[in-house]
Design a protein around this ligand. Sequence first.
Ligand code: NI
Length: 429
Amino acid sequence: MLFENISVLKEDFTVGNGQYVGVREGKIAYCGAQPPEGDWGERFDGRRALLTPGFVNAHSHAPMVLLRGYAENLPLQRWLNEKVFPFEDRIDANSMYAGTLLAAAEMARFGVCSFTDMYMQIPTMAKAIVESGLKCNLCRGLTVFDGSAYKELSNYTDNIAFLKELDGAGDGRLKIDFCIHGEYTSHPGAVADVAAHAKEAGVHIHVHVSETQSEVQACKQRHGKTPVRYFYDLGLFDQPTTAAHCVWLEEEDFALLKEKGVTVAACPVSNMKLASGFADVPRMLEAGINVALGTDGAASNNNLNLFKDLFLFATLYKGRSGDPTVVTPAQALAAATVNGWRSQGRPDCGMIREGAPADLVVFDLDTPWMYPQTDVINNLVFAAQGSDVRLTMVDGRVIYQDGEYKTIDIEKVKFEVQKGTDAILGVVR
Ligand code: NI
């Protein structure tokens, strides 16, 4: 495909107008201000459109779209125990498969080319993800409530098996990560073992860290240290790690995360909705921590629309700090793109340059809310809607374009999701 006469979001977060970008065999094969020679197949008229790198949802639980709108306005522990866990126990393979595809469709609709996900029934999810064509770092959520028996738990050994069976599926688009769900659902022995196995296998880690104030207080009572220090001391951060939330960090935590190169996946919408608080993102950026952006699950968001999070990410820390200069539009866009790619161990993705994988998104610039085009970057962060996405491409393959899904039978998926959810709610409501 050849994108002709299109505006391009460049690596320094400025915009180049009137550009030509050619895609061949899954890669960006040409970038320039002149039309390239040769036959590029399909042509995309890029006038009044913006080509950006693919966006990355750095923390999600994709099949939780099944719980959208079901459990609202409850504190976290009651939300989990009374609503989320009983529902999740009843998700069968059909619903897990359809839910994963629905999530992939929603993410692609909003320009997400890759996501970092923690959930369950991983082979079923993997099948759906590979079919969707999206990229994903996937792990089985590991919870260990009984310290003596964790080695027999299937979800402890599962990720090791999945690494052998599923890592690299879909021409390398699917990667398997290792996981600890969180400090409050873990046991130190299990954390140390997962850390050791991750090091041996050279894989990434996905973990929830310091999401709520009560979680941090309970951790300090149990272990005499913060969750960040707990995981640090057990060696979990010795491998590249994505730590979701990090809302309630303490003084020393910032330096520990920076030292280990941990990526913080900020989830501002989910944290607000569950009344967990606000991560100190300005301080993280100042400390040089790699901050990426995540939606979390649709039970607490309620979308997988990264643009909703991007807008909040770019505005709420100004309001919280009283300083309108914190979190610039460029920093917000970096969090939603290149920082997420880096966190997934896909460092060649997230930029529009020759040789890079063609993970690309086209935005409509011709909507009323994108005029005048005084500063397209400011418009993109503060004025654009996720639904302004016209095209989402992963490894050169179009996933979504102008109302049409190319890899997902969306009507069938919607039908299956409704049917599966109705069946579960017939039992648990
Ligand atoms: Ni989460």
